[in-house]
Design a protein around this ligand. Sequence first.
Ligand SMILES: [Cu+2]
Length: 333
Amino acid sequence: MKIPSSIWTLLIGIVLTLVSLWYGQNHGLLPTAASDEAVLVDGLFNTMMIVSTGIFLLVEGILIYAAIRYRRRAGDNEDGPPVEGNVPLEILWTAIPAIIVIGISVYSFEVYNDMGGFDPHSIHEAPMTQESMAMPGTAMAATLSAGDETTAALPDTATPAVDNADQMSQMQYEGNAPHIQVNVAGLQYAWIFTYPETGVTTGEMHVPIGREVRINMTANDVIHAFWVPEFRLKQDAIPGRQSEFRFTPRKAGDYDLICAELCGPYHGAMKAQVVVESQEAFDEWMQEQLVASRETLNQAVAVNPAEQSPDEFLAPYTKDMGIHPEMLHQVHH
Ligand SMILES: [Cu+2]
């Protein structure tokens, strides 16, 4: 039985589509997706991977098929019939890539907007991702706990609809775990993090799971770039300018923050740890940092020279001065 070529084309098309769809989502090229934004970026990346796998297989497949099917046979010295121009085909292979490119650019614009690319610190609803959709209970609980629970659960029928909607949207934002602010400074060759709410300054960034992190970043000397591959986030730190961006960590773990802008001879060593942990672990860590900074402060107070007598103040230095401690008394009495 001879199978018509249209059936063959259809079958090959189906197989090609299935293979592209599978490979585009199982390429294993990206590290763990540890933030809501990473899920958005991966969606875009996988879409492009599906399209490019399909195009690659189609082009290479036709190439290999043609090379074998139309190879030169023994004793055949002809050039074959001259083929030139095919307007419908040319329109088709111009239109298809144009549609693909426009589609991808609209999609990437959308992802950039969802990540807060245009207005990083504006009030927004967190992007709906697979992870956050997988836990509707927590999202609901957070929404309810934000406002008066009775009002939220049993909306007053007398309340005008508009007021209610207004209230709802506000509640959703507040309930969406209020953001935390982190000020980041890049300098040769380290990252410094300051939490303005507590005044804590550290060399390691800790962030709680599920809460939006708003970054205000600058550089002290040259241009650096904040890059956490697991967050799919890269942003320049520019001296004299504030870079604002946000992200919502979703997966607990220790991640590398890597400087992604050549900034000097030790650029390659410019790394810091980003620790994504539960809210409780984060609060505990913050408390430890506060205690540590208070201790440092107390030590500074303990040696406050203003409260010491001159010989008390000079006592530790007598060895350096090359004199006997008793001599101090003689000097001052
Ligand atoms: Cu750097």
